[in-house]
Structure formats: C-alpha cells, structure tokens
Design a protein around this ligand. Structure first.
Ligand code: NAP
Ligand code: GDP
Length: 318
C-alpha cells in the first residue's frame, strides 16, 4: 500500500518536522515511502511561484503542512499582522498548489490557542469558530481558522479530503529556545540553563497560574503518521493529552528546574502578561480512535528535552 507514497513535509526543519523525521525513520509503517522534509531554504511558501515550483519538482501524493510563522505569547503580542499575513499566504499557497497537483491528502496544523477565548470547557473540535480568539494572538488564530474553512470548501466544491490536526502546546528537541520569541517551555529551559550557570534565580513570566496541556513532539509525530495513514475525516482532530494532565505554568517551571537539575530560587515577574488563562481541550475524539495510545510522561519528556538542550547548546535555535 505504501509503494508510491511521496510525502512532502513543509516546516520539516522545525520542532514538529524534526520529530516527524525521527518518527518515520523508526516506523515500519512508513517503509517504501519517500519523505521530503523542507525548510524555508527550499522555498519561501509565502510566494505562490516558489510554492508551485516545489510541487512541480517533487510531485507529492501526500502533504504534511507544518510550515508556519510560530511564536510564543510575547512574539504574538508584537506581530499580530505578520502572523496573520504570513500564515494566510503560506496556507493558501500550499493548499491550492496541492489541489492543482492532484495531491490525495493534506494534513495541516492548527493549534488549541486559536479557539474562542470566552467559551465553555473542555473545548472540542466543533467549537473552533464559535467566537473571537484571545486578543493576544488574533492574527495567528484567524489565519489558522481559515485552514479549516478552506479544507471544508475543497471538500464541498471538489470532493477533496484535506484535513487538519489541532495539537496543544508542543515541546521537545529542536524547539525554538529563544527566550523573547519562543514558547514557555523552551523559554524556561533556556532560562534555567542560564540561571544554573550564573547562580541567578529562574524568572518565570506572569503569575504562574495559567494552565496548559503539553504534548511531547515525539508523541505528536507518531500521531501525525497515524493521521496521514488512517484518519479519513475532513473535520479536524485534537491531538492532546487528557484534561487531567493539564498543568500550571508554575508546575512547568518546577518540572524544568528538576529536568535541568537547577536548585536555585524560582521567582515570578508579575509585570509580564499571563496571556490566555486556559484552553483546556478534550481528547475524546482521539481516544475514540486510539484508546490505547500511550503518551510519554510529562516529567520524562521535559527531562529528555533539557538533556537535548544541554547536549546541543552550541547549535540549538536560541
Ligand atoms: P517551528 O519550530 O517554528 O518551525 C517552523 C517551520 O516552518 C520551520 O521549518 C520553518 O523553516 C518553516 N517556515 C516558516 N516560515 C516559512 C516560509 N515563509 N516558507 C517556508 N517555510 C517556512 O514551528 P513548530 O513548532 O514545529 O510548528 C509546526 C506546526 O505546528 C505549525 O503549523 C504550528 O502552527 C503548529 N503548532 C505548534 C505548536 C507549538 O507549541 N510549537 C502548538 C500547536 C500547533 P526554517 O527552519 O527554514 O525557518
Ligand atoms: P500560549 O500557550 O500560546 O499562551 O504561549 P506560550 O507558550 O508563550 O505560554 C505563555 C504562558 O507562559 C503565559 O502565561 C506566560 O506568562 C507564561 N510564561 C512564563 N514564562 C515564560 C517564558 O519564559 N516565555 C513565554 N513565552 N511564556 C512564559
């Protein structure tokens, strides 16, 4: 069945793309596939001409569309317009070139942070468009929401089955550990590294009270392979640990301190924004399909990420 599969992975050099690369090299299910992992050096996907050339060159049968302008709360607060425009262009170019090239299946990536801010919990797949997103990242959120709209339109007008996944906060090796731009977990790993080295406190931004669900990039990568091979719906699917596994930012700081073997003081800078308080998502749909899928325990995944960062400090994105 796998013979002849040519899978183009946009965003192949990022956190999720690198994890997918590791996962497919370990997976017997992917034997016989040709995987093409792309970075922005191969093409700027905001350009339709460059995107079309990629599809002509590689002639993919399947696409995993991970490329995006991505960042943590503080980068989103500053660049909502860029998040909106860059992601709108990339998404339309990739989906429409895939459509023109006759690609059978496209799996694109949304995020739980695009859901309505004022909502009931837990959030599920039917609620994406039920109200405005949190104002901190409205540019990213509306661009991502339109991926779902566009998938539905390709199905309605042309019968094409493009779909999307909705991961919660992701972390792991090859993340963006830049403190100003990146997400909370890699940011705290980098800060803990510096605090341990300099004998200074670990400074957590905000109150530490907001709550998040985290998925380890290696678990997400195994789920993406399953989605590509087995999931047939056009409607999105949330890829998340359970509601009971939601943790506070303070819990994250403590897990990172343990993972980095940091025993100094942890302090909270409450002058910094907390962002969205929570976005608790239900993984009931995923559990219906995969009741036995086993997630890596959070503390173990954080420790592996810390070890990766220390080992790769000189070349890590930071
Ligand atoms: P990442 O580490 O920042 O990687 C982004 C990827 O996109 C890189 O490969 C980058 O290429 C590529 N890219 C960016 N702009 C591009 C452009 N103009 N043309 C071509 N390629 C471009 O991001 P990630 O965390 O792996 O995110 C992957 C997907 O998961 C994204 O769709 C994101 O929205 C989604 N997601 C992420 C999280 C999270 O917590 N990280 C949570 C939910 C959903 P270069 O390496 O060459 O720059
Ligand atoms: P979000 O989950 O989409 O809101 O984005 P982030 O991954 O950036 O997480 C933001 C939450 O973590 C907010 O409550 C921040 O106040 C808190 N936080 C604490 N320390 C940091 C840090 O060093 N970097 C980032 N990005 N957020 C931090």
């Amino acid at each position: 069945m796998a013979e002849g599969f040519r899978v183009l992975v946009t965003g192949g050099s990022g956190l999720v793309g690198k994890a997918l690369e590791r996962a497919v090299s370990d997976s017997e299910k992917c034997e016989g596939f040709k995987w093409i992992f792309l970075s922005s050096k191969d093409a700027d996907l905001t350009s339709v001409e460059q995107t079309r050339l990629l599809f002509e060159k590689h002639k993919p049968t399947h696409v995993v569309h991970l490329a995006a302008m991505v960042g943590g709360l503080f980068r989103n607060l500053q660049y909502n317009l860029d998040f909106l425009r860059n992601n709108l262009h990339m998404n339309d170019n990739v989906l429409h070139c895939a459509f023109e090239a006759g690609v059978k299946r496209v799996v694109s990536c949304l995020s739980t942070c695009i859901f309505p801010d004022k909502t009931t919990y837990p959030i599920d797949e039917t609620m994406i468009h039920n109200g405005p997103p949190h104002e901190s990242n409205f540019g990213y959120s509306y661009a991502k929401r339109l991926l779902d709209v566009q998938n539905r339109a390709y199905f309605r007008q042309h019968g094409r089955r493009f779909t999307s996944i909705i991961p919660t906060n992701v972390f792991g090796p090859d993340d963006n550990f830049n403190i100003e731009e990146g997400h909370v977990l890699p940011g705290l790993v980098h800060k803990a590294y510096i605090a341990k080295r300099d004998g200074s406190p670990l400074v957590v931004w905000g109150t530490g009270k907001p709550r998040r669900q985290f998925i380890y990039s290696m678990d997400l990568a195994r789920l993406i392979v399953w989605v590509l091979l087995k999931y047939e719906e056009v409607e999105p699917i949330i890829l998340s640990v359970g509601e009971e596994d939601e943790v506070s930012i303070k819990d994250v700081a403590e897990a990172v301190a343990a993972g980095m073997d940091f025993h100094g003081e942890i302090v909270f800078d409450v002058t910094k924004s907390d962002g969205q308080y929570k976005k608790t998502a239900s993984n009931a749909k995923l559990r219906k399909y995969l009741p036995d899928f086993s997630f890596t325990p959070f503390d173990q995944a954080v420790k592996e990420t810390c070890e990766w960062f220390v080992k790769n400090y000189s070349c890590a994105r930071k």
